[in-house]
Design a binder for this molecule. Sequence first.
Ligand SMILES: Nc1nc2c(ncn2[C@@H]2O[C@H](COP(=O)(O)OP(=O)(O)OP(=O)(O)O)[C@@H](O)[C@H]2O)c(=O)[nH]1
Length: 329
Amino acid sequence: MNAINTIPVTVLTGYLGSGKTTLLNRILTEDHGKRYAVIVNEFGDVGIDNDLVVDADEEVFEMNNGCICCTVRGDLIRIIDSLLKRRNRFDAILVETTGLADPAPVAQTFFVDEDVRSKTTLDAIVTVVDARHLLGEIEKAHEAQEQLAFADIILINKIDLVSEQELAKVEARIRRINPTAVLSRSERCQVPLDQVIGRNAFDLDRVLELEPDFLEHFHDHEHDDHVTSFSLTSNEPLLPERFFPWIQSVAQHFGIDMLRMKGIIAFEADDDRYVMQGVHMLLEGNHQRPWKPEEARLTRIVFIGRDLPRDIIENGFRKCIAGEEGRLG
Ligand SMILES: Nc1nc2c(ncn2[C@@H]2O[C@H](COP(=O)(O)OP(=O)(O)OP(=O)(O)O)[C@@H](O)[C@H]2O)c(=O)[nH]1
């Protein structure tokens, strides 16, 4: 049912830290001759995702301050409307939702708004799964279940972190939620891209079975209120010899509840931006690129978790700032 001349839209979803941005970056850097317009939505008030998306020619639209599936749906429609006015500049649209988004209302946007509906085709909802953490989170995370239920294509990612037996359990759990989606396995989302884009896989009939009123009412959904986020910033550079032991201790102490951490760090005497990422207890960091001359060297770290003790974490963070006195207690 891919109408001629409509713009295909792929919705990338998946729980916190599963690998959505990794997949997006792969799509944007692969030599496939296609041009994408990208819409990124994130949870939390300090934008980081935009800075983690590769510097590509594509236009990246960032939507903060709200979940794509709730308050900012109007923004989504407006961004798509304005994109459609320049439709000769790209071949397809990619929407990366937050890890806490319910994909149903996002998908619904492409059906209920008349203008958007006539000019776009929802190609597929692609759900990325963190094979290492899915089983520990799925019962607590209603959003993760919805993301799997609505998926047309499921990418079981991070297979380097689990055994074959664990993978089999992950697949079985996914199949209980979604028996029909196409499953693939990946490490760092390395899959042939024609397995995830240009699939024409979105199946309205299946969605109507899940949500009979999908086309009639704005989809109602709930978020887990215990999952909250806060961000820490500093204009002063951080000291690496304090920062790394501190962030490791945060991951060790609060890792069970620390669903996601990501930050862009300005270290003292370092001309490169440092990107730090965490999913539960697993941390990863690397230098990204030099700070641009006109760019403020601002450190920003976002924490997303269940009942994380902001004051303790913030107190430790302050002690990593150059010039601040005191040692990590
Ligand atoms: N070991 C391992 N790490 C991975 C893999 N894929 C992604 N990661 C790492 O997992 C972390 C999260 O990846 P992202 O792509 O940022 O995840 P995301 O789903 O966009 O995260 P949010 O948007 O914050 O929910 C990063 O540190 C990645 O480098 C993988 O296959 N194996």
